[in-house]
Design a protein around this ligand. Structure first.
Ligand SMILES: Cc1ncc(COP(=O)(O)O)c(C=O)c1O
Length: 361
């Protein structure tokens, strides 16, 4: 039967997520599966977040606060901004989708990097926005000049995740400053800082410190990574109140559930847990990167909670062989010889390295 979907939507393919553990167990009958596929936090959320969410279960028959008064106030205090500079979503995915649909259409144009977070391309295509994909240097590093050269008079949106998924690399202060200061006022730069907590590069700067350079700057943050709340789904946009008001106009009511709202607040209050997660990621990222290098593989310099590794052969075959050994990693469209591997717990990373050594032999 032919599709009823609008013509520009018919060529879209649904997002393909990292394979769930249960699916692998079902399909191959393997046990003790380690999932290093979706850049999740292997430690889990703060116990304080879990306790707050457990208490909130008793309120599940009530709709959540659609204005998110408490969460808005807490995040506003965190960034020293006002509540009307924030718009929350069911994960930052939801916010990215809203940004595309709210600010651009078929008559506009967008610029993204490739490879970068696949959802920019997906949501721009869903909003029917013509998009230029700008290649990264050596497939790994942002090239600001090429991003700027891709701008057109009708460019409305520019997405850049810093650090970048799937390359794990970052754009430093000089590059980000140059990019933001050269954008015309008609462009909305969206700087996605999903992995900001894991950065330790001395030349990194959060775009939040560069807001004065671009009147339309929107910064995205999520609770899915360092705060370990990927399953709860909370992310937000921080930007000028005029643009945020536009996002709020189209925001679905009750789009962040009550458990997620209280969990996110409690997660912010537990700085010790965040510090533990970040420290463990740092040491395990170094160990994982060194272990992969020892296997003769080239690893991009990671500023995130995952690594991008170049393989000598087709990544799909190695991915499949790792699945049979109970380790889930991630292949990437457009990078046929690369695997993305999330930084796990020490024993998970050790299992991955053992399995990969055997597979490559
Ligand atoms: C760069 C980037 N932005 C946003 C997200 C989405 O996060 P959320 O769980 O908040 O939708 C991800 C998730 O992997 C990501 O890599």
């Amino acid at each position: 039967m032919s599709s009823f979907a609008r013509p520009h939507l018919r060529r879209l393919t649904p997002y393909s997520a990292g394979k769930p553990i249960e699916e692998l167990e079902r399909e191959l009958g393997v046990h003790d599966v380690v999932k290093l596929a979706s850049n999740e936090n292997p430690v889990g959320p703060s116990p304080r977040a879990l306790a707050a969410m457990r208490s909130a279960l008793l309120e599940l028959h009530r709709y959540p606060d659609t204005d998110m008064f408490a969460l808005r106030a807490r995040v506003a205090a965190l960034h020293a901004v006002s509540g009307d500079e924030l718009s929350f979503g069911n994960g930052s995915n939801h916010v990215i989708d809203s940004i595309c649909r709210t600010f651009a259409g078929p008559e506009d144009h967008a610029v993204i990097g490739t490879p970068s977070f696949v959802c920019y391309r997906m949501f721009l295509a869903a909003a029917d926005v013509p998009t230029t994909e700008v290649s990264l240097d050596q497939g790994v590093f942002w090239n600001v000049d090429r991003m700027l050269a891709a701008l057109r008079p009708n460019t409305r949106l520019l997405f850049l995740d810093n650090p970048n998924n799937p390359t794990s690399t970052h754009l430093g202060r000089e590059g980000l400053t140059r990019l933001l200061s050269h954008l015309p006022d008609t462009v909305i730069p969206v700087i996605d800082e999903a992995y900001v907590h894991f950065v330790d590069a001395a030349d990194y700067v959060s775009a939040l410190e560069l807001r004065s350079l671009s009147p339309n700057l929107i910064v995205l943050r999520t609770f899915s990574k360092a705060y370990g709340l990927a399953g709860a789904r909370v992310g937000y946009a921080l930007g000028p109140s005029t643009l945020i008001a536009d996002l709020e106009r189209v925001r679905t009511a009750f789009n962040v559930n009550g458990l997620a709202q209280v969990g996110a607040i409690a997660a912010l209050d537990d700085e010790a847990h965040l510090a533990h997660v970040v420290a463990l990621n740092r040491s395990e990222r170094a160990r994982l990167s060194a272990g992969l290098s020892e296997l003769g593989l080239s690893v991009a310099p990671s500023q995130t909670n995952f690594v991008l590794v170049q393989l000598p052969t087709d990544a799909e075959a190695i991915y499949e062989a790792l699945l049979r050994k109970g380790v889930i990693t991630r292949t990437l469209g457009g990078l046929p010889r690369a695997l993305r591997i999330s930084v796990g717990l020490p024993e998970e990373n050790a299992k991955l390295l053992r399995a990969l050594r055997e597979v490559l032999r």
